[in-house]
Design a protein. Structure first.
Length: 395
């Protein structure tokens, strides 16, 4: 809109200048009434977009007393491009043709001249000249309306494609919900039942404690599955969190329930964006899961530091002391962490250490909302319990 306004102003200025030049070429400047009519018609073009019919009426004296045609034809074109009343446009074109055909002053009209052949030719030429701006204006109006309709059709098609995609997604979500309810939930329920039986009839205390842990994990997994099935069946009708989203305050519980000897050292602001806190939590969670799967018996050290506007989270584990168990894995954990970090403008790096362990590092940019230095909360926690984790890692 801002670009079109200077362009329209430039066009109107150029049109007024051309109309003034046309009036100057066809007007005797010593004839003040004629000159005044010519100036009125040329300057009236400034109002042609706001008052097209009034502008056309103000240019008629120009066509009556002079041979200038730019001002009345421009006004007639503008009126035609902005008006849909064909009777009005036809009447205006006919009125301009009559004014242009009849000589001025009318007292000089000679009846013998009207009977000549060239008078018929002159009348046809005048009618064609008056009809040309009307047809051109109607053509421009039709083109403008066609462009608007095409834009509406394009928007409607985009909306239709979006609705189609949402419908397909809803069907897929419903199918996935059925599969999770009928297959996964059933299998986890069986695990919980068998673990409960083993907890009661286990031969020793260690076996019963392990069975209790398996049973609690199974029950928690069933609760999360039920919630996820409900979200999937909602088919995106409302934004719903899959589970209560964790924060840095939940890290201590995660370590206490992880069953791994872990040391946590943090020195970060008390208030971080929720997305940043979730990214750190999920990174630590995934690292602990990988340690349990691939490095049994290893110890873990977690460092969370804020230096030079970069929030660094480093999880390092020692070499395993027992052979790892063969467990199924889709290898999606690290890929999901990488995508999460990239969305926040950060990076994920990982690799083995010279001591035979493994290290995972998350780096995120930190932009505080206030210039004051953040307060820090040091924490050094060493845990080695054998209880269940509260959250399952991202898959």
């Amino acid at each position: 809109m801002n670009r079109r306004r200077p362009r329209a102003l430039l066009t109107d200025t150029a049109l007024v200048a051309v109309a003034l030049a046309d009036a100057w070429a066809h007007t005797d400047l010593e004839d003040r009434p004629t000159t005044a009519c010519a100036l009125l018609g040329a300057l009236a073009l400034v109002l042609r977009h706001r008052l097209p019919l009034t502008t056309f009426a103000l240019t008629l004296p120009t066509g009556l007393v002079t041979d200038a045609v730019v001002a009345p034809m421009a006004a007639l074109y503008t009126l035609s491009s902005l008006n849909r009343h064909r009777l009005l446009l036809g009447g205006c074109a006919l009125l301009y043709a009559i004014i242009d055909f009849l000589p001025w002053p009318w007292s000089s009209l000679d009846a013998t001249e009207l009977s000549q052949t060239n008078s018929l030719f002159h009348l046809s030429y005048t009618l064609a000249t008056a009809a040309a701006p009307v047809f051109l204006g109607q053509l421009v109006q039709a083109r403008r309306e066609l462009s608007l309709r095409l834009a509406d059709i394009s928007r409607a098609r985009r909306q239709e494609r979006l609705l189609t995609a949402q419908s397909v997604l809803a069907k897929e979500r419903a199918q996935l919900a059925r599969e999770m309810h009928d297959v996964v939930s059933h299998q986890v329920s069986l695990i919980a039942v068998q673990a409960g039986a083993l907890q009661v009839a286990g031969p020793d205390t260690q076996t019963r404690q392990a069975a209790a842990t398996i049973r609690r994990l199974s029950v928690q997994t069933l609760e999360e599955l039920r919630h996820m099935v409900g979200v999937l069946r909602a088919s995106g009708s409302r934004p719903t969190e899959l589970t209560p989203q964790p924060s840095l305050a939940d890290l201590e519980h995660l370590l206490e329930a992880g069953g791994i000897e872990a040391t946590l050292q943090t020195d970060v602001p008390e208030e971080l964006p929720p997305t940043t806190q979730r990214a750190i939590y999920r990174t630590v969670q995934e690292a602990l899961t990988n340690v349990r799967k691939h490095a049994p018996g290893a110890t873990v050290t977690i460092h969370i530091r804020l230096t030079e506007g970069i929030l660094r989270t480093t999880i390092t584990n020692t070499a395993p002391t027992r052979n790892p168990l063969t467990l199924p894995s889709a290898h999606h954990g690290l890929a999901g962490l990488t995508q999460r970090a990239e969305l926040l403008g950060g990076t994920i790096t990982s690799g083995p250490t010279p001591q035979g362990g493994y290290q995972l590092r998350l780096e995120l940019p930190h932009h505080p909302n206030h210039p004051t230095p953040p307060r820090t909360r040091p924490l050094n926690t060493t845990t080695n319990p054998a209880t269940q984790p509260r959250h399952e890692p991202d898959r």
